[in-house]
Design a protein around this ligand. Structure first.
Ligand SMILES: [Fe+2]
Length: 286
């Protein structure tokens, strides 16, 4: 089984405003999506795409419709864990479920998905006082409700290896990667502790996050905590995962060479792309 993991496309956003780690090229979103479609077609064996959230920059009907139009042109199914930017309007969840039911399952934004050797569980974080709603003026504190965690625990008793997909990173970017004094973009509150505990309880193999727009791969107690850089920021990267009965591997792939436009890159922040260990790994699944 092979699948693509990408995130933080921020469709409908600006190339000069908002949280970015590298130059963003939303003006070229059509070309980027065409490159991705071409790459998938060339491979011939990509089973599906996981979008780690922030598909849009704000959850207006116009932005969501535009994003769906792009993603529906890709030659394989898509599943998504909604991010904070996907939840900036009242009943954003209702709009997503109504407009793109095939991206979710069981008419819920918290859902299991099974494919061959692996189980996946998608979870949509809450970020503030109001569930499934993010106010950009409010401090971001990611969390899951007791009922979300209870449903996950119930599901997680199956015997296949389990991946969790959440938008928030579980860990901060390591100082060894960034060269900074403190871990970068560490989630507020007890999110990290909660997720590490549940990953341990359910023998989770990997937690796929996004939100920080940086490539990270930290293996702790048998769990790979992974994040991916933003697909619409140079050098337009995504992850390719390959899973067999015994092995799990991840590669980071850039579309910069395929994209037919010139892009800038901030070489003072190469840590965003990560070290070799943040970009590639292979491990035993048994
Ligand atoms: Fe985000």
């Amino acid at each position: 089984m092979k699948f693509i993991y990408l995130a933080d496309t921020h469709i409908g956003g600006s190339d000069s405003e908002g949280y970015r780690q590298q130059p963003r090229y939303l003006l070229h979103i059509s070309e980027l999506m065409e490159c991705l479609a071409g790459w998938i077609e060339k491979q011939k064996n990509i089973d599906f795409i996981i979008h780690g959230g922030d598909m849009v920059d704000s959850s207006s009907a116009e932005n969501i419709d535009a994003a769906l139009k792009f993603f529906r042109q890709l030659p394989c199914p898509v599943h998504i864990a909604l991010g904070n930017h996907d939840l900036t309007s009242d009943d954003a969840v209702g709009y997503w479920l109504n407009k793109a039911p095939e991206y979710f399952s069981g008419n819920s934004v918290n859902f299991p998905f099974s494919h061959d050797e692996m189980d996946f569980y998608f979870l949509t974080c809450h970020w503030g006082k109001k569930p499934y709603f993010w106010d950009p003026a409010e401090k971001q504190i990611p969390y899951f409700s007791a009922s979300q965690l209870e449903a996950l625990r119930k599901y997680g008793t199956v015997s296949k290896p389990l991946f969790l997909i959440v938008h928030s990173p579980v860990l901060g970017l390591p100082c060894e990667q960034s060269g900074l004094k403190n871990p970068l973009h560490l989630p507020e509150g007890d999110f990290s502790m909660t997720m590490r505990k549940i990953a341990d309880e359910l023998s989770v193999k990997a937690v796929l996050g996004a939100h920080n727009h940086m490539n990270m791969n930290v293996e702790l107690d048998g769990v790979n905590y992974i994040t991916v850089s933003a697909f619409t920021e140079a050098p337009f990267e995504f992850k390719l995962f390959e899973v067999t009965e015994t092995k799990l591997s991840m590669k980071t792939i850039s579309m910069a060479a395929e994209a037919g436009f010139k892009s800038d890159y901030n070489f003072d922040k190469t840590f965003v792309q990560g070290r070799l260990c943040d970009r590639f790994f292979e491990r035993d699944l048994r």
